[in-house]
Design a binder for this molecule. Structure first.
Ligand code: PRX
Length: 659
């Protein structure tokens, strides 16, 4: 069944019309080497590649692109733009404080990154070393990533909202000898201590971490692209182990801005980013240099119809893949002006996003449905009070966008003239996979629509057969590799194979369900595995349960999601206690504090339900389906429970359900 389509007037600067897309798409599928061989030319290579794809979804599951080419990602994001763009803004940084911003030119970026890179080298950081970046949304986060890329170190950015324990587990997993952090993160007018978390993480990682670089953020940014002064007395803040600790400004002070970029093979690692899976601890998703950067740059230009001189704002945090690909690597590889915002959407008022759009004249705005839904509940007066006429394209990412939110975004932010690019992709895919190319085809609210070039989606039934009939839901998988695809799970290639290629041999399985209409438009229906998407943050139920179960009073937990008006999904936790322990509000608070410490505030449960037992099959398996139905308050959907080992508990759970 086809829905009513929405047409946007305008033309794309690269893709002339739908027919042009179809021709290019067909070429990209039929002759991928020729297609991506040409697209790869958009980067500057130190030595050219002679092969393009060498990727296998079977046997060794090795994925290689441009494998004999050499390049440097930082050089591609900065140096090559200098002849034309030295004085153009590369990064527009907007502080949490509305009066504080910086415009950092490509030349200033070159200088800052070069100094940082030389500083890292002076500490002994070498090609291939892992560097953890645990920073707020300050310009130095971009400098740190690019400085690592410049010298061939592999960065792993850890979201500043993760706890000390989450940080420590990532340091251990990738054996990072270097950590870059800041004293504080400033959000919503509040200062949140970050360095304290690093100090705590160091208690269990001091045999791994050799050096910690701390950026002191105390009010030393000005509006002219000069960040940092030397007025701070760093000695006050530096904990006892002075041999390990160094202040960022001390490190870079005497460094030269010129740092020779390392010659990297296309398949040398660029970064590791941890993401939750349906089992075990978070996985280190590994992206390499050449294919990732080609894909980041090309998708950024095509899907946002990015044109030189435009200001592009991706509101994601740098700790997520969206922050990597569409705040840093994609835009900078394209010589764009990319906006980094330190704060939150609602400070000082719920008009903040729109005020920033007006102040800086943002042209392309990319955010998550959660943000739209929460601003929608505040009322459109915050948006209509601002001049949003600079906006040309809007984007959405991270979770399915419901029709109501789409319509609100369309009407109140896009003034019914801006295409909304609903981009489906994942940490693993490196860049956009399914999304409407603006102006090239008509849109349907809530549908990510058609695949990007080179992307061959299929919907599979339970038997692994491809579903071709329209309007049937199936598991979303991909038949061929694309340049931005993750290459492995860091340190555990078998886990890569087991996670993505075992369910449907020969395909990359995304973990999402989808449905395709008669026009081929795809609508993502959400995860079909045990991964939750809370406010666009991905969390594995197993990881959460493991963390709860470590609490000395907790015997067992089962975590499920339920529909939540603003967050998309809310977190519903069922917990059983050890004998002798009694449920209480106090204990609830204790468990909330516990999970915030184990994982971070993003894992705070919305509902915590103490129960004497969990429903189980006769073989002892927890019946999650029933727990989900109860959490969703779909009591009629529970069905027959007579085959359970303990059917009576279902009635109790329904009665005690947390509304
Ligand atoms: O379930 C899909 C959902 O987010 C998951 C990927 O999460 P993560 O790796 O954290 O990356 C988020 C940013 C790319 C997917 O498996 N998802 C992402 N974008 C969309 C989406 N669901 C529906 N529509 C989208 N546009």
């Amino acid at each position: 069944m086809s829905d009513d389509k929405i047409h946007f007037n305008g033309s794309h600067h690269l893709i002339h019309d739908f027919k042009h897309y179809q021709t290019l798409y067909q070429q990209s599928i039929d002759t991928p080497d020729a297609f991506w061989g040409e697209v790869g030319q958009r980067l500057d290579w130190f030595s050219p590649y002679t092969t393009v794809a060498n990727a296998h979804f079977k046997d060794n599951h090795e994925i290689k692109w441009y494998e004999d080419g050499t390049l440097n990602a930082c050089y591609n994001c900065i140096d090559r733009h200098l002849p034309d763009k030295a004085n153009d803004t590369a990064i527009t940084w907007q502080g949490d404080n509305p009066d504080t911003y910086q415009r950092i030119t490509y030349q200033a970026l070159y200088n800052a990154v070069g100094k940082f890179a030389n500083g890292l080298k002076s500490l002994g950081v070498k090609k291939g070393d892992r560097v953890i970046i645990y920073l707020p949304m300050i310009p130095e986060a971009a400098y740190a990533m690019l400085a690592c890329a410049r010298i061939g170190a592999v960065h792993s950015v850890v979201f500043g909202g993760f706890s000390a324990e989450s940080l420590a587990s990532r340091i251990k997993d990738c054996q990072a000898a270097y950590v870059i952090t800041a004293d504080f993160s400033t959000r919503g007018g509040k200062r949140i201590p970050l360095k304290n978390n690093v100090n705590k993480a160091l208690e269990s990682t001091s045999d791994i971490v050799k050096r910690v670089i701390t950026i002191y953020t105390d009010g030393d940014n000005d509006n002219n692209g000069n960040s940092g002064s030397n007025s701070h007395d760093y000695s006050e803040d530096i904990p006892a182990n002075t041999e390990r600790e160094i202040a960022y400004h001390t490190l870079i002070n005497a460094q030269s801005p010129d740092c020779e970029p390392a010659v990297m093979n296309a398949e040398d690692p660029l970064f590791i980013l941890y993401t939750s899976g349906s089992t075990g601890t978070p996985k280190g998703v590994l992206h390499t240099t050449g294919g990732y950067l080609v894909y980041a740059a090309y998708t950024h230009e095509v899907l946002f119809d990015y044109r030189p001189g435009e200001l592009f704002w991706c509101t994601a945090d740098v700790g997520w893949i969206t922050g990597h690909t569409y705040m840093i690597y994609g835009p900078l590889a394209n010589g764009a002006n990319t906006l980094l915002y330190e704060g939150i959407p609602t400070y000082p008022t719920p008009a903040r996003f729109w005020q920033i759009c007006e102040q800086h004249r943002v042209n392309i705005f990319y955010t998550a449905p959660t943000a739209i839904r929460s601003l929608m509940t505040e009322g459109e007066q915050y948006a209509t009070g601002h001049n949003l006429s600079s906006l040309r394209i809007l984007g959405s990412v991270g979770e399915p966008i419901n029709v109501e939110a789409w319509q609100w975004y369309h009407q109140h932010i896009g003034n019914k003239t801006c295409p909304i690019v609903d981009t489906w992709w994942q940490t693993e895919t490196g860049g956009h996979m399914i999304a409407p190319i603006p102006y090239v085809w008509d849109q349907v609210p809530g549908k990510a629509t058609l695949p990007f070039f080179g992307v061959k989606p299929v919907l599979l039934d339970e038997k692994g057969q491809e579903i071709t009939a329209p309007d049937h839901e199936g598991s979303l998988a991909f038949k061929h590799s694309w340049p931005g695809q993750m290459r492995t799970v860091y340190g555990d290639h078998q886990r890569f194979i087991d996670t993505y290629f075992q369910t449907f041999p020969g395909y990359y399985f995304s973990g999402d369900g989808a449905i395709r209409d008669a026009d081929g438009y795809i609508r993502i229906t959400g995860r079909v595995d045990d991964i939750l998407n809370i406010s666009g943050h991905r969390m594995g139920t197993a990881e959460l349960e493991d963390a709860f179960n470590l609490h000395p009073k907790v015997a067992e937990t089962a975590v499920v999601g339920y529909p939540h008006d603003i967050k998309g999904q809310g977190l519903y936790v069922y917990a059983t206690l050890f004998k002798g322990e009694t449920p209480s509000d106090e204990l609830k608070k204790e468990l909330v504090a516990w999970i915030r410490e184990k994982i971070g505030p993003i894992a705070t449960p919305d509902k915590l339900h103490f129960t004497p037992e969990l429903p189980r099959t006769r073989s002892g398996k927890i019946m999650r389906r029933i727990l989900r139905k109860i959490a969703e308050n779909d009591i009629d959907g529970i069905g027959d429970v007579s085959t359970l080992a303990n059917p009576a508990i279902v009635e109790t759970l329904i009665k005690t359900r947390i509304a």
